[in-house]
Design a binder for this molecule. Structure first.
Ligand code: PFF
Length: 460
């Protein structure tokens, strides 16, 4: 059996996965691939711009350090110590049944996230191809109308199916032969292309205005709400609270330093978000576009800006290629959570599990694909709890289930599992600080995010 050796109390290798797990660098790259996603590429730059630029960036770093990194380390430590999936690892380390059920919540969360994340990932593939083909090069095109027309039609179903097929294929190839290889090729390539895009963006006439919008610290724009936004985003950005880093952690070698990995992943996530901001804002400002929010920024304002840029079809295409890579490497990590669970639980083969899970997540995503708000899609008018299906999946996972999953991890590591420090390789002051953060600071802040998200806590 995997997990805890009953006689020695020590954790044992996960059968079958030991040899086929991550190499040291492969793990870091795969974890960075998971954390760097759609969240970094358009959400982070936008919320930074709106919340005081560099002031918010500093706040985000603080949230990453105080909440994000301790939970990231906790997740990876549980995975490596428990040598199981996001549910069985908790059980293996305590032998208590209820932890298995708590762990199950994060597996369901991952499955739900996968269903709509693949829809947005699909949009990026469509926009990449359209851009390379020159179909987005007309300066007079109505980019808002084009996006809403596309997102409101049936084509997104095809694109999300393609995303699921790619994701399922990578996962079916295994941890080292699939997930690691995929990230090892894409993540360094991603950085090179992103840097080229940054140089292009920063050398546009008028680019500095955009860089200023992103980087000029304006502490007067920071308020309680900014703190919660920064906290919530540090969570989403590091892929926490849904068993993802835990599952990846279960494939990590015993001689890998999890502390160093935590720092590398945190730094990687910040770096990619920072450079993405230096691509997006200079581009948008150079062509007089509004730095509008979320979906609108990436799929409306930016295509309109690229249309005006010399060789815009190429730069626009590369931009959407980057979004697609970011989304796919994250999607792989999300789907691996239910796949690892089903493989262990029902003893299915990896291929069979990947196929079944990708298909199920795809089917679950179809209602999301057809219900984008404002796009007048076939299901856009169906409202549940006052939200479209797409928004309901997004809201319930990002603001309710992920914080709950994070809380479970902090309580488990802080109170239930006594040997976390040993597995994480932490001693002395660093260990005590980690425990202090996990026991008191993180749970409190997560509960605040939660109360704020569900509207119980309001700031006027
Ligand atoms: N971290 C990803 C992003 O910033 O887009 C999203 C994500 C990936 C969330 C994996 C959760 C997850 F498990």
């Amino acid at each position: 059996m995997s997990g805890l050796d009953k006689k020695t109390g020590k954790t044992v290798e996960r059968p079958g996965e030991g040899a086929a797990g991550f190499s040291k660098n492969g793990f870091i790259l795969a974890a960075i691939g998971s954390s760097v996603g759609l969240g970094n590429m358009w959400k982070f730059p936008y919320i930074t711009g709106e919340n005081g630029g560099a002031a918010f960036f500093l706040l985000f770093i603080l949230c990453l350090v105080v909440v994000g990194l301790p939970i990231l380390l906790a997740e990876m430590t549980i995975g490596r110590g428990g040598r199981g999936n996001a549910s069985s690892s908790l059980f293996n380390l305590t032998n208590k049944k209820h932890w298995k059920w708590f762990g199950l919540i994060s597996i369901i969360t991952a499955f739900l996230i996968m269903s709509y994340y693949s829809v947005v990932a699909g949009w990026t593939l469509h926009y990449m191809i359209q851009s390379f083909a020159g179909a987005l090069s007309d300066v007079n095109m109505d980019y808002a109308g084009a996006f809403l027309g596309f997102a409101g039609g049936y084509m997104p179903i095809f694109w999300s199916a393609l995303v699921m097929a790619i994701t399922g294929f990578v996962i079916a190839k295994g941890v080292s032969g699939g997930i690691e290889k995929f990230n090892k090729i894409l993540i360094p390539g991603f950085l090179i292309l992103l840097l080229i895009m940054m140089v292009r963006a920063l050398t546009l006439p008028g680019a500095m205005e955009g860089a200023e919008f992103f980087l000029k610290p304006d502490f007067s724009k920071l308020n309680e709400e900014s703190v919660l936004i920064a906290l919530g985003h540090s969570f989403f950005s590091l892929s926490l609270g849904m068993g993802c880093m835990l599952t990846y952690g279960s494939y990590v070698r015993k001689d890998q330093s999890l502390g160093k990995a935590t720092l590398a992943i945190g730094a990687g996530d910040l770096l990619y978000a920072f450079i993405a901001g230096l691509v997006i804002f200079p581009t948008v400002f150079a062509y007089g576009m509004e730095p509008s929010s979320g979906v609108g920024l990436a799929f409306i304002a930016l295509p309109a800006a690229f249309a005006q840029m010399p060789l815009g079809f190429l730069f626009g295409g590369v931009f959407f290629l980057l979004l697609a890579i970011a989304a796919l490497t994250s999607a792989v990590s999300i789907l691996e959570v239910p796949v690892a669970y089903a493989m262990e639980q029902w003893k299915w083969s990896r291929k069979k599990t990947a196929t079944i899970m990708a298909t199920l997540a795809f089917l679950l995503g179809v209602p999301s694909a057809l219900s984008v708000e404002g796009a007048d899609g076939p299901l856009s008018n169906v409202l549940l709890f006052g939200k479209t299906i797409f928004d309901l999946f997004d809201f319930s996972t990002s603001y309710i289930l992920m914080p709950v999953g994070g809380l479970i991890i902090t309580l488990f590591t802080g109170y239930a599992w006594k040997r976390a420090g040993e597995e994480a390789g932490l001693t002395g002051g660093i260990y005590r600080t980690w425990m202090f953060l996990l026991r008191y600071v993180c749970p409190l802040l997560i509960i605040l995010i939660f109360l704020y998200s569900v509207g119980v806590l309001k700031f006027s």
